[in-house]
Write a protein that binds this ligand. Structure first.
Ligand code: ADP
Ligand code: MG
Length: 381
């Protein structure tokens, strides 16, 4: 049975439609990320689940119970927000105990349980600290303990890590996931950071302008996206515009050359169709020189910029027709290219994700699907 089920949710603010036909089913104990650019409606959807906003139409069911019109207080939901929403006049222990006391738990027991929760989030020594005496990461740990202490049925998190620095973000995200799995609690986690979403979610719902464009597990979202928007939003990618010029064999004209597209779904394609080809930065290999590659000119460009990222480095490359490519390679690899140098870019056909330029749907055949997710992606956050 689905734990949480949203059906045809619509929401307007004034004349502006903020959510459009949202359908989402979340299984028990799953962590689902609502991912998407700023302003696409993530927080509004989360507030509707919490009962803090009412949809114009559509239904919400939780464990088979109709939540539409149910008061927020009657939904057993724990929430964590981006801005540490702790009570400034209460110390860490009192903040965590607050929700328990609201449930009329006797004071002695609520203090004991609050202490246990502080210990679970690694803050047993901070019980007497007030919010202004704690770092952002520590405050978010208290906020997490406070949300979980009353044993909610559902945990909702709205960009809980976005105000933290990179190292804290990484460790706290692991902590949130560990606790969520340990408790087996169903959770909805809002973020605009694709690496964060892929790292912690069982399933990702990618949103665009009030709609869910794709809902799948992170590996599929990354390696076999259904639409151009997903492909361009997830990972570090380069996009080539092109036109299909032949179907057997499938060939497209791109930039100032031709590429073979052996994994094109010929049933969906036709000659003259405008396409977009998306490639992940770690799927492009570089070589120097000017080899002749059978019937096709290799993709060529000039190194325009170089970013050192630690374990990897990322080249920005411009082709002669002005297209930009991003290529990520091991930083300690033996290939080193200089800014201004001309290089060849080699991409395996199965790593070219082909989309219809107008409808944005994938034109890749089933045979070209099933590439495994690369570890490198998770380091981009
Ligand atoms: P996200 O969390 O994805 O950044 P939001 O759900 O906060 O997006 O907002 C979606 C859209 O709704 C935005 O265009 C925002 O300006 C608008 N919006 C959000 N809350 C309100 C409100 N209370 N009144 C009017 N417009 C709002
Ligand atoms: Mg938001």
């Amino acid at each position: 049975m689905n734990h949480l089920k949203l059906t045809d949710i619509e929401k307007h603010y004034g004349k502006v439609r903020v959510l459009n036909q949202i359908n989402l089913e979340i299984g028990e104990g799953q962590m689902v990320c609502l991912l998407g650019p700023s302003g696409c409606g993530k927080s509004t959807l989360l507030k509707i689940i919490a009962g803090l906003e009412m949809p114009d139409s559509g239904g919400i069911e939780f464990k088979g119970v109709n939540w539409s019109g149910l008061d927020a207080k009657k939904r057993r939901v724990g929430m964590v927000f981006q801005h540490y929403s702790l009570f400034p006049n209460l110390n860490a222990l009192q903040n965590v105990a607050f929700g328990l006391e609201m449930k009329r738990m006797p004071r002695k027991q609520s203090q004991k349980e609050a202490e246990e929760w502080l210990e679970r989030v690694g803050l047993q020594d901070f019980r007497n600290r007030y919010p202004h005496q704690m770092s952002g990461g520590q405050q978010q740990r208290v906020a997490l303990a406070r949300a979980l202490a009353p044993s909610p049925d559902l945990l909702l998190l709205d960009e809980p890590l976005s105000a933290l620095d990179a190292a804290v973000r990484l460790s706290l995200r692991g902590e949130i996931r560990r606790l969520q799995l340990q408790l087996g609690i169903t959770a909805v986690f809002v973020t605009h950071d694709q690496a964060e979403a892929l790292a912690i979610a069982d399933r990702v719902a990618l949103m665009r302008e009030g709609s869910i464009v794709e809902y799948d597990d992170p590996q599929i979202m990354y390696s076999n996206p259904n639409c151009f928007f997903t492909s361009s939003f997830i990972g570090v990618v380069s996009v080539m515009e092109g036109t299909i010029v032949s179907l057997s064999p499938p060939i497209a004209k791109v930039c100032d050359g031709m590429v073979a597209l052996p994994y094109l779904d010929e049933k969906k394609a036709e000659i003259g169709r405008k396409i977009r080809i998306v490639m992940h930065a770690e799927d492009i290999e570089l070589s120097e020189g000017f080899s002749e590659n059978g019937r096709f000119d290799p993709l060529r460009g000039q190194i325009y910029n170089l970013d050192f990222l630690g374990k990897t480095k990322r080249y920005t490359i411009r082709s002669s027709d002005g297209n930009t490519f991003f290529v990520e390679v091991q930083a300690n690899g033996h290939m080193d290219f200089q800014i201004g140098q001309t290089v060849e870019m080699i991409v395996r056909p199965e790593n070219m994700h082909v989309f219809d330029a107008r409808t944005e749907e994938s034109l890749k055949s089933a045979g070209g699907r099933g590439k495994n997710m690369k570890d490198g992606l998770l380091n981009t956050g």
